[in-house]
Design a protein around this ligand. Structure first.
Ligand SMILES: NC(=O)C1=CN([C@@H]2O[C@H](COP(=O)(O)OP(=O)(O)OC[C@H]3O[C@@H](n4cnc5c(N)ncnc54)[C@H](OP(=O)(O)O)[C@@H]3O)[C@@H](O)[C@H]2O)C=CC1
Ligand SMILES: Nc1c(N[C@@H]2O[C@H](COP(=O)(O)O)[C@@H](O)[C@H]2O)[nH]c(=O)[nH]c1=O
Length: 597
């Protein structure tokens, strides 16, 4: 009998494994493998909330093989998994082994993850996979080793079948980020519900519902883990879907519609963007009057010279999307598979027969004529969900991290045609990028007062928390005060932004009347406080002297630079203003020193 017994898990993303008693005796690596799997399982609890941060989990195990503490990163900017796990383990951390599904990022000079393990006296660290982004890769491992801690990386320091399986779990749990590091399209999952006779709707086009309520709740969870959900024009016309995550928690993805004709209804649930945004991707020049109508509803329209799944995915990759859920019908699904942008398939199969020779099926024409041409799924999982069967598997393997995947920068060096940057411009955007700590979303808490003339200082978890809360500061309404508190205590900058933006949209009466006049100053004060509080950030800012700083947000045309430099780049401008103030200060103090000598 195999030492590992695969257990079908609640998550369609990964298959977990449990060890039976006695495995440890038979296989010396069984304990390490089992704890790494546990760390991967834990890390997955934050899926959808951490994006674009990786999912991190940590298990602290004593020398007798007992779990003393565990933790996972709840969301970007919250306490690292390692710090939570050693806190939970308390004194048991000393001499223990820490299991991490992924090497910590320790970006922006924030060494909390590593230092909490060092300070807690952990004796050994086992790492599932190294960090996939090359500029972060290996530095936490080196740092831990420099403190005399033994660090073992699966697949590098020792190898065996059980460890290889455990390492695979670590790759799967962060598949979107790993794809981000080595490809130009987001990680895409095609999901559909079909009858036992392979239909996704009746011949009339009616499809509500094929799968059970329980299965559909699982779909809400899948949506909650994705950055965006995508459908084709026909699904909008037939189903009038909402495409929201309604399982009661977490994040709601952006909705994307691909339509060449723009022959879409005037009334549709997707055009209600009060809770979540919708983007329509279309062919350049299609129905301009309808494009205007969509814009008037608050729906963003993006035109493509060639509307096909690959172009659309490359575009959303550039916009920072890591994971996409395809919930389209067979026509678009076939086109997406043929373009090679689908990585994983999740099929809910309901024990029903609807028949109908014209009833649609999940994947349209792929041009294959022989069974030998069929695409074989790999790492297939089977799970019963209520009355339905859930079959999932990968169309393409998650890229392996061995050997080292070139970073995006290195890729640009290899293929200069994709280098969009000039050397005198420094772009920053996502917090985990090289200059990501320049972003107002970077996880650097600041101490700032509630309002300008207020000495009631509070800690704000990021500049974004401070900025969003200031929209409602000083407004004589208990609901405005309540909004400030909700934003201040939001668990991540993304959550703070979500609350701030939706309150502003839904209850504009709560927003201070001078907001448009003061918002730049508010952002400036927040940034100034951040760079003054963290000397290493100030040093980093000063090191960019001579370069233009641009927030590379393609869609925020006020704070960011836009896709083709059409944005106002106020965030970049404020940072350059701050930098010149710091440079002036340091030249004055150098002058004073030389005068004193
Ligand atoms: N059971 C299930 O899981 C699901 C069932 N369905 C059902 O499926 C049926 C709709 O299926 P289907 O017609 O295949 O709908 P799709 O969702 O695949 O939409 C097809 C449309 O996508 C647009 N499109 C844009 N670019 C492309 C491209 N490169 N290739 C292909 N299409 C493109 C076109 O819209 P346009 O014409 O506007 O230009 C096209 O007509 C409905 O009955 C619906 O209820 C749908 C989703 C899931
Ligand atoms: N019919 C069908 C599905 N259909 C998909 O769900 C969409 C509707 O989502 P919403 O409007 O948010 O409830 C629909 O347009 C299509 O993409 N999904 C399933 O899990 N099971 C089903 O039986």
């Amino acid at each position: 009998m195999a030492a590992l017994s695969l257990r079908l898990c609640s998550s369609p993303l990964i298959c977990r494994a449990t060890l039976s008693n006695g495995d440890n005796l038979r296989n010396p690596h069984a304990t390490d493998a089992s704890f790494i799997r546990r760390a991967a399982d834990l890390s997955e609890m934050s899926a959808g909330l951490t994006s674009p941060h990786p999912n991190f989990g940590c298990v602290i195990a004593t020398s007798s093989g007992k779990v003393a503490g565990e933790g996972y990163l709840y969301a970007q900017g919250t306490k690292p998994a390692e710090a939570l796990a050693v806190e939970a383990a308390g004194e048991f951390s000393r001499g223990s082994t820490a299991y991490l599904n992924m090497e910590p990022g320790d970006c922006h000079g924030d060494h909390t993850a590593v230092s909490s393990l060092v300070q807690a006296g952990v004796g050994r660290v086992v790492v599932g996979i190294r960090h996939p982004l090359q500029h972060l890769r290996g530095s936490a491992i080196r740092e831990l080793r420099s403190h005399g801690i033994e660090v073992n990386v699966l697949g590098e320091d020792f190898q065996s079948k059980v460890l290889e399986d455990a390492r695979k779990c670590c790759l799967l749990v962060n598949a979107p980020l790993i794809h981000r590091a080595c490809s130009r399209v987001p990680f895409s999952l095609l999901k559909y519900a079909m009858t036992l006779d392979g239909k996704i709707a009746a011949s009339s086009g009616h499809a509500a519902w094929i799968s059970s309520k329980l299965s559909r709740t699982r779909v809400f969870e899948l949506r909650g883990r994705s950055d965006a959900v995508i459908v084709g024009g026909n699904t909008v016309r037939q189903d009038d879907p909402r495409l929201t995550a309604r399982h009661g928690q977490g994040h709601t993805p952006t909705r994307i519609v691909m339509s060449q004709s723009l022959d879409l209804p005037e009334k549709a649930n997707l055009w209600d963007v009060s809770e979540v945004s919708t983007i329509v991707a279309t062919q350049r020049g299609a129905r301009k009057s309808y494009q205007k109508f969509l814009a008037s509803k608050g729906v963003e329209v993006v035109e493509f010279d060639m509307l096909n799944p690959r172009e659309v995915m490359e575009y959303f990759h550039q916009r920072g999307y890591l994971s996409i859920l395809w919930e389209c019908g067979g026509t678009l699904a076939a086109s997406a598979i043929a373009s090679g942008v689908i990585h994983k398939v999740v099929a809910f199969i309901a024990p029903k027969i609807i028949g109908g020779s014209k009833a649609p099926s999940p994947v349209g024409e792929l041009g294959m004529v022989e069974m030998t041409q069929a695409l074989n799924l790999i790492d297939v999982c089977y799970e019963q969900v209520g009355p339905d069967m859930l079959v999932s598997g990968f169309l393409q393997p998650v890229p392996d991290l061995l050997p080292v995947i070139p970073s995006e920068d290195a890729t640009f060096e290899i293929d200069p045609s994709v280098n969009p940057f000039e050397s005198s411009i420094i772009f920053f955007y996502k917090t985990w990028d090289l200059y990501g700590s320049f972003s107002n979303f970077s996880p650097h808490p600041i101490r700032m007062p509630y309002g300008e003339e207020n000495d009631d200082y509070r800690t704000w978890s990021s500049v974004e928390h401070y900025y969003q809360a200031n929209k409602f500061v000083g407004v004589e309404n208990p609901l405005a005060h309540d909004s400030v508190e909700k934003i201040r205590t939001a668990r991540s900058p993304e959550e703070a932004a979500l609350i701030g933006r939706s309150k502003q949209r839904q209850q504009p009466e709560l927003v201070r009347s001078d907001w448009e006049d003061v918002k730049i100053e508010v952002m400036y004060m927040g940034l100034k406080c951040k760079f003054s509080t963290y000397p290493h950030l100030k040093t980093m800012l000063l090191s960019t002297a001579g370069s233009v700083l641009v927030e590379a947000s393609p869609h925020d045309l006020f704070w960011g630079g836009g896709r083709e430099g059409e944005g106002l780049n106020y965030l970049g401008r404020l940072l350059m203003q701050l930098r010149s103030e710091y440079l002036a200060e340091s030249s004055v103090s150098a002058e004073n020193t030389s005068l004193a000598l």
